[in-house]
Design a protein around this ligand. Structure first.
Ligand code: G3H
Ligand code: 13P
Ligand code: ZN
Length: 336
């Protein structure tokens, strides 16, 4: 058993206290490889933002669970060195399991040094979701690891689980769920979804000037109802990429084919971050930025075959994306 504390990682408890009180959200960025983790740490040290590094079970399968864990843990050392060299403040870093689906997976992550885990029983019948979340919370809390669970279903792809339709969180369930499970934060479904195609064009209106598809607003009424029932309790939003036109257009310009990709408008995320939402999950926006810069580099330099020459610009774009999120969307910059 390796405790996250020996590794210099933080659980999410203090992060969320600060976020709820200060009206901002902690960024939760997914990573699968070295360039992504370098970019996340660089952006968060340079903006002085606490950060949650997220590992999905798909990421573990792709990168090797042991290597990925060490990369997450090594991020603390990288952060310390970078902060010292640049005369910046050290930042709290949580290493978090994203969409864990079994007790065994959560336990294995906790025992190997994760400081936070999500147990996602959102697709299960209510009582089974309660039982699984409680089992994980009971174990995690023995090690001071914090736990996120989910009520309501997001449409889109979560690892191997694909939900065709979202089911909004029912506010009347949240109090009972939080009380019975003892979890530390709750992911809810209010209209966000995973991936780059969050809304069908038919659900959107077209901005007459920019031609950009504007999706229907998130269900802030449900969020407010939830806040009333569990005041001050940390709420999590998954599926919160904004799908920037800049990178979608770059991908399409350089041979890609992303038609009618629509994300969550930034002003809606800003509004959410000021409420009880204190963790905002972003993965697709990083994927889009990386892909755009790799495509551009190859199109402009067809003879290039040094990975550093195309992954380097992709990494720079990621740093830009994460800094902008921290500074202009989540409000987490300067909160470390
Ligand atoms: O919620 C999903 C995250 O974007 C992780 O995606 O399961 O493809 O690694 P993944
Ligand atoms: P996006 O696909 O919107 O980036 O959501 C990521 C996420 O929720 C990870 O858990
Ligand atoms: Zn998610």
């Amino acid at each position: 058993m390796v405790s996250f504390k020996e590794l210099g990682l933080s659980n999410t408890r203090e992060m969320f206290k600060g976020a709820v009180k200060g009206g901002y959200a902690i960024p939760a960025y997914n990573f699968n490889n070295m360039e992504q983790i370098q970019a996340i740490i660089t952006a968060c040290v340079e903006t002085g933002s606490p950060v949650i590094l997220q590992v999905s079970s798909g990421a573990r399968k792709y990168a090797n669970p042991t290597l990925l864990r060490w990369m997450g843990q090594g991020a603390v050392e990288m952060m310390k060195e970078m902060a010292k060299a640049k005369g910046l403040k050290e930042i709290p870093i949580a290493l978090h399991l994203d969409h864990g689906d079994t007790f065994e997976l959560a336990k294995s992550c906790i025992e190997s040094g994760f400081s936070s885990v999500m147990i996602d029983g959102s697709h299960l019948p209510y009582e089974k979701n309660v039982a699984l979340a409680k089992q994980v919370a009971d174990f995690a809390h023995q090690h001071d690891v914090t736990v996120e669970a989910e009520l309501g279903v997001l449409s889109g792809i979560e690892d191997d689980v694909v939900a065709a339709h979202s089911v909004y969180t029912q506010p009347e369930q949240v109090e009972d769920f939080v009380k019975k499970t003892g979890v530390d934060s709750l992911a809810i479904s209010i209209g966000t979804s995973h991936g780059a195609y969050k809304f069908k064009p038919a659900q959107c209106t077209k901005d007459p000037v920019t031609g950009v598809l504007v999706p229907p607003p998130l269900r802030f009424d449900i969020l407010e109802e939830i806040e009333k029932r569990i005041p001050g309790f940390p709420i999590v939003l998954h599926g919160s990429s904004s799908v920037a036109t800049e990178y979608v257009e770059m991908i399409n310009k350089f041979g890609g084919k992303l038609e009618a990709a629509v994300g969550i408008p930034e002003e809606q995320l800003r509004r959410a971050a000021k409420s009880a939402v204190c963790k905002i999950n972003i993965d697709s926006d990083g994927r889009l930025a990386m892909t755009a810069l790799i495509r551009k580099t190859f199109a402009e330099n067809p003879g290039e075959f040094d990975p550093r020459k195309y992954l380097g610009p992709a990494r720079d774009a990621l740093v830009k994306v994460y800094k902008q999120k921290n500074e202009k969307v989540l409000g987490s910059a300067g909160r470390a």
